[in-house]
Design a protein around this ligand. Structure first.
Ligand SMILES: NC(=O)c1ccc[n+]([C@@H]2O[C@H](COP(=O)([O-])OP(=O)(O)OC[C@H]3O[C@@H](n4cnc5c(N)ncnc54)[C@H](O)[C@@H]3O)[C@@H](O)[C@H]2O)c1
Length: 326
């Protein structure tokens, strides 16, 4: 079967693609374990610089996800699974309402409409976010916490979740939305997510450069490593439709830590000289968004499916060093 990853050239899209290729199979909507014969990466720009891109199963479609002709070409009739990761991230969606709506809402709807027209309803995995939560939040969010987003990105993700649930209820797709914590440590350059600092304060000092932290050391954040989030996305994809009750949304379990503790963790793993490259300067826009997000989620349903949080932030840093620091 064909598998499509939108945002397939991005941070998580490339890691997911590599995992799907090495695993070689996925559980289809009919419950059968099926071989992945084609893996389509759809993104603004083609993915580059990965050895696995030469795998004959990989096909790349470069262009805007709002182009429905491109989407229709990417979704051939034998498409069995769609992983919808393409998105405008939080900082950009807050700065530019129109681009956020266009990519995060309009394109999601167009993609779902095309999925609905496939000969058999495909599995559809949507990457939502903890940014759907906001307002007065308990310290530990229960699974049935009501979404009250305090930013445009969170609103747009909540709309996507609702569409996925309703179209699944109607049998148009076999969807599931996963609410991701902040994923760290992201390699490469900073992005436009308000949470970008959660990677920057580890990545930059480890590469010998300075990092500025835009929120206070007391800010609590809810995190997961890239490896663990891909494990959990695969579990969400393969879970049978019968696992879901009233909607198709899973809040992942994550690791809760303060930003100050993250820096202390870096000090333990990499030493004083590295940790001293971090300075603090409050950015009110970023601080407002980040502190509106949940600090901890129970993730009870996800855990019942076999999902896990990372054991410690020290391990997350060590994993990043092993994979990315020379
Ligand atoms: N990384 C995190 O901490 C995190 C946390 C919560 C949710 N998420 C969600 O997970 C998904 C993947 O996140 P990521 O960190 O890999 O982001 P990313 O920015 O690295 O990847 C997103 C990809 O989408 C592509 N894209 C954006 N607009 C597009 C368009 N109009 N047409 C085609 N492609 C387009 C980008 O080129 C990019 O490669 C996103 O949906 C994001 O909202 C991520």
């Amino acid at each position: 079967m064909r598998v499509v990853i939108t945002g397939g050239a991005g941070f998580l899209g490339t890691q997911l693609a590599q995992r799907i290729l090495s695993q070689g199979t996925l559980v289809s909507a009919s419950g059968e374990v099926r071989a992945v014969s084609e893996l389509v990466l759809l993104d603004m720009v083609p993915a580059a610089g990965h050895a696995w891109l030469s795998d004959p199963r990989v096909r790349q479609f470069a262009g805007d996800i709002n182009n429905t002709d491109l989407l229709a070409e990417a979704l051939s009739p034998n498409t069995g699974s769609v992983f919808h990761l393409a998105a405008v991230v939080s900082g950009q969606a807050e700065a530019d309402f129109d681009i956020g709506m266009k990519v995060n809402v309009d394109a999601t709807r167009s993609l779902l409409e095309l999925c609905r027209k496939l000969p058999a309803p495909p599995k559809f995995l949507f990457t939502s976010s903890c940014a759907v939560f906001g307002g007065d939040l308990p310290d530990l969010l229960p699974d049935d916490q009501l979404p009250k987003p305090q930013g445009s990105y969170g609103i747009q993700k909540a709309i996507g979740e609702m569409l996925v649930s309703d179209m699944s209820r109607r049998g148009m797709i076999d969807g599931r939305s996963v609410r991701l914590p902040t994923i760290t440590v992201r390699p490469g350059k900073p992005n436009k997510a308000a949470s970008s600092f959660a990677s920057g304060i580890i990545r930059e000092p480890l590469s010998g450069t300075a990092a500025v932290c835009p929120t206070s050391p007391d800010t609590q954040v809810w995190l997961m490593s890239p490896e663990r989030v891909i494990d959990n996305i695969m579990i969400a994809h393969d879970a049978p439709a019968s696992s879901f009750k009233f909607n198709r949304t899973i809040t992942l379990p994550g690791l809760t830590i303060t930003v100050g503790e993250m820096v202390e963790s870096l000090r333990r793993v990499a030493g004083d000289a590295v940790a001293s490259r971090i300075s603090w300067q409050l950015d009110p826009v970023i601080d407002r968004l980040v502190t509106s997000w949940p600090k901890a989620c129970a993730g009870t349903f996800g855990k019942s499916l076999g999902m896990k949080a990372d054991d410690s932030f020290d391990d997350i840093i060590r994993g990043y060093i092993k994979n990315y620091v020379r």
